[in-house]
Design a protein around this ligand. Structure first.
Ligand code: CA
Ligand code: CA
Ligand code: CA
Length: 283
């Protein structure tokens, strides 16, 4: 090594043993890096799926709430707008949004009004094996045209309950506050807080006499009248588009309106609940 130069060449070369050791070390390192990379990608994918589900859920709830706030909107006081179908699983309402004294669904000439958003339905449906929530608008032929609001909703994962007028101009209450009710088979509102402890939960499923995942409710004796609805509570339960293989099988339980839904699988789920006071609420 003369002249201060460092030779980059080695005259001796590598022995076979050195090469094998180098290859082994490289193999171990790259394996570790690859495994870390794969794990990161999988975690990232799982997080993306959850983030997507969450985002879709919030957007769907926002649209639904905007619609429901308008339910019964009747600027001309023609007494033409309100709830048409207020069920535990779906509902349909009208609002005279353009203030012309008519509702789209009531047009007698077979046509629709300029603003079809005056007659809106929310209901679950399924296409291509994917469960969805539809925002439905009427067709001129009387059928409902369903547009997907959100996908990957669980079976029974869309639920509604109602705060109603007690017949004396006040909210229907139980010992713990405002009643959240669903229509019962006998034409009466049924309070979902069956055991009257201030919460709607799995105990109410049992308190109705049968632990079957369905909260039958407590008969309030107040007759179902769509005009009596003052507020709506909405539950939506979605799952991610794919299972997460890294997730241990989870026992998950959710209270979704009048349902207690249980799962034992590798889907991640998100539940969103919200209440809306109807715009034309007299209370
Ligand atoms: Ca109108
Ligand atoms: Ca309860
Ligand atoms: Ca039950």
């Amino acid at each position: 090594m003369g002249g201060g130069k460092i030779s980059l060449r080695s005259d001796s070369g590598f022995t076979l043993a050195e090469i094998l050791v180098a290859m082994a070390v490289f193999g171990i390192l790259s394996g570790a890096v690859l495994s870390l990379f794969t794990k990161n990608v999988r975690t990232h994918t799982a997080q993306t799926l959850v983030a997507n589900a969450q985002q879709d859920l919030r957007a769907a709830m926002m649209i639904m709430k905007m619609d429901i706030r308008m339910a019964g909107y009747d600027p001309g006081k023609e007494n033409i707008a309100g709830f048409i179908n207020a069920g535990a699983e779906e509902f349909r309402f009208t609002a005279d949004i353009n203030g012309n004294g008519k509702i789209a669904a009531l047009m007698e000439n077979g046509g629709l009004e300029t603003d079809p958003n005056e007659d809106v339905s929310y209901l679950p449906y399924e296409t291509d094996g994917i469960k969805k929530v539809a925002r439905g608008l009427p067709n001129p032929n009387g059928t409902i045209n369903k547009s997907p609001l959100i996908e990957n909703i669980e079976a029974n994962g869309l639920r509604f309950a109602y705060a109603v007028n007690d017949g004396y101009g006040r909210y229907l209450r139980n010992t713990n506050g405002i009643v959240w009710a669903v229509p019962g088979a006998n034409g009466k509102w049924f309070d979902l807080d069956v055991n009257q402890d201030g919460f709607i939960d799995a105990a109410d499923d049992t308190a109705d006499g049968t632990t079957d995942g369905i909260i039958a409710g407590r008969d309030t004796g107040v007759t179902v009248d769509a005009e009596a609805i003052r507020g709506v509570q909405i539950w939506m339960l979605v799952r991610t588009a794919a299972q997460d293989p890294d997730l241990p099988s989870l026992n998950q339980r959710f209270l979704v309106g009048n349902r207690v839904l249980e799962y034992d699988d590798r889907f991640r789920r998100r539940l969103l609940t919200s209440t809306v006071k109807c715009r034309n609420s007299a209370l």
